[in-house]
Design a protein around this ligand. Structure first.
Ligand SMILES: *Cc1c(COP(=O)(O)O)cnc(C)c1O
Length: 235
């Protein structure tokens, strides 16, 4: 069995164990395989185990990879998630080629994605990225901005608002890792109490997926634990 396939199994076991510890149903947490900097072959290898959802940060790299995968394995029905920073002049190809966007951090970007989503495709699934650590240098909406934006974005015709995404600062202590995830979850519950039909908390990466699951993550975004260490020059 390939290393990628072994890693996928190990990550799935970690997810199942974290779900069990949190007394959450097995299967309530989806695995997004973050394939950035890795090639089409890595995606095809992972897909051969049944992995369907792949996350990408860089638009051009993602489009090239999708085309290669499609050329080599037109039978694979993959789901592509954009998780990287979004420039407003790049929204059209994102709206055209992706199924999900996790990194929406401005209403203006959401409006463009809605306007540019092709009419023959289902609504684009959207998560709002929350800047939970409160650092001005990080991307994401401030929590106090999220409420009004979520209501406006939920009303956009070609989008389906699914929930929130966060990338907390790296932290090695497992208990401390849970603090920002708990804050994102509280904001998510607040939006649900407002009546928004959201169902997704996209949080947790290779180093903190257990803490994220303990705090309610429904999608974990895992790169290096599946595909290996990224080439620093390329990330
Ligand atoms: C790269 C990346 C990931 C995956 O990170 P790993 O630590 O490799 O698991 C998850 N989410 C986002 C937004 C990323 O950019």
């Amino acid at each position: 069995m390939s290393v990628i396939r072994q890693n996928l199994q190990a990550v799935q076991r970690r997810i199942d164990e974290a779900a069990d510890n949190a007394q959450r149903p097995a299967g309530s947490i989806a695995l997004l395989a973050v394939s950035k900097t890795f090639g089409a072959d890595a995606v095809i290898d992972a897909a051969s185990t049944g992995q369907r959802a792949f996350g990408e940060n860089y638009l051009q790299e993602a489009l090239d990879k999708m085309a290669s995968v499609q050329a080599e394995r037109p039978d694979l029905m993959l789901e592509w998630h954009f998780i990287g920073p979004i420039q407003s002049n790049k929204t059209r190809p994102i709206a055209t080629h992706f199924d999900w966007v996790h990194s929406v951090d401005r209403e203006k970007i959401a409006q463009r994605l809605s306007d540019q989503r092709p009419a023959d495709l289902p609504p684009l699934n959207i998560c709002l990225q929350v800047n939970i650590s409160g650092e001005a240098s990080k991307s994401g909406m401030m929590p106090e901005e999220v409420i009004a934006a979520a209501h406006n974005i939920a009303a956009m015709p070609h989008l389906r608002l699914r929930g929130l995404m966060a990338i907390p600062e790296a932290e090695s202590d497992p208990q401390q890792q849970r603090v920002p995830f708990r804050q994102v979850h509280a904001l998510f519950e607040r939006l649900r109490a407002d009546g928004l039909p959201i169902d997704t908390l996209s949080m947790g990466m290779s180093g903190d997926l257990d803490a994220a699951i303990a705090e309610g993550a429904t999608i974990v975004r895992i790169g290096s634990a599946i595909f290996g260490t990224r080439d620093y020059a390329k990330q």
